[in-house]
Ligand binder design. Structure first.
Ligand code: CDP
Length: 230
């Protein structure tokens, strides 16, 4: 069986990729409630793994130590509402810690290590099984490599972008200290699954759009497809 193939015609997979603060999470959250999809924020998974490796004192430049620690992580999933949340060693990770300065500064370094990506690969694909078990109509997964690597055969693949200045403004408005330009540079230039627009994906520039307008443009083709299938 092709592990990347959609699981059944009636099970919808939506992939949303894009750089930091491009509007992925707000869009994915809106789609999840509109279409009863499990919302999987893979950035929070990379953040949780980063938080755990920092807690274990693993240096972000020691590839062998990172590989050893990453392969030993016991990953689980808790579903809360429409949202899938990662557990490591049976524990969830506090959202504030995941978005704090220490994780912001380290996450792109850990995420560039192939062993970290492969530790999360099957786990991310398995979220489709979890979505089905919980009775969702599909899943919406956001990240950097969802349409290219995790679900290249997704029913819908979107790539969100926005001017760097507008994205920095959005992140600052959230009250966060985050060097998104540096994370984008690291994410786009790494060898393992770099941030890039998946071939054939629908690109959307959100610089001059409200979040409501972004959601409307992304949800319209999904609603049209579902209406055609009923
Ligand atoms: O929310 P924000 O746009 O700030 O970033 P995020 O989605 O929380 O992702 C945090 C970091 O995780 C990214 O900068 C990437 O380094 C990494 N990441 C990744 O490499 N692959 C993914 N599929 C998702 C996130």
């Amino acid at each position: 069986m092709n592990p990347t193939a959609p699981m059944a015609p009636s099970f919808l997979i939506v992939a949303i990729d894009g750089g930091a603060a491009a509007g992925k999470s707000t869009t994915a959250r809106a789609l999840s409630s509109q279409f009863n999809l499990l919302h999987v924020d893979t950035g929070s998974y990379y953040r949780a793994v980063t938080h755990e490796l920092l807690r274990q004192g693993v240096p972000s430049d020691d590839t062998a130590a990172i590989a050893h620690a990453a392969s030993g992580l016991a990953l689980g999933t808790r579903v809360q509402g429409h949202r899938a949340q990662i557990e490591i060693g049976g524990h969830g990770v506090d959202e504030a810690a995941l978005r704090g300065p220490a994780v912001n500064a380290a996450v792109s370094h850990f995420a560039a290590v192939p062993a970290v990506r492969s530790a999360l690969l099957a786990y991310q694909r398995d979220q489709a099984r979890i979505a089905r078990e919980h009775g969702f109509a599909g899943l919406v997964m956001e990240g950097r490599d969802i349409g290219t690597v995790i679900f290249p055969d997704a029913d819908f693949r979107f790539f969100l972008h926005a001017d760097p200045a507008e994205r920095a403004r959005r992140r600052a408005a959230e009250g966060q200290q985050d060097s998104i330009a540096e994370r984008d540079r690291l994410d786009s230039t790494r060898k393992a699954s770099p941030l890039q627009c998946p071939p054939g994906a629908t690109g959307l520039d959100s610089t001059h759009l409200t979040l409501e307008e972004v959601v409307a443009r992304v949800s319209a083709p999904i609603a049209a497809r579902l209406a055609a299938n009923t």
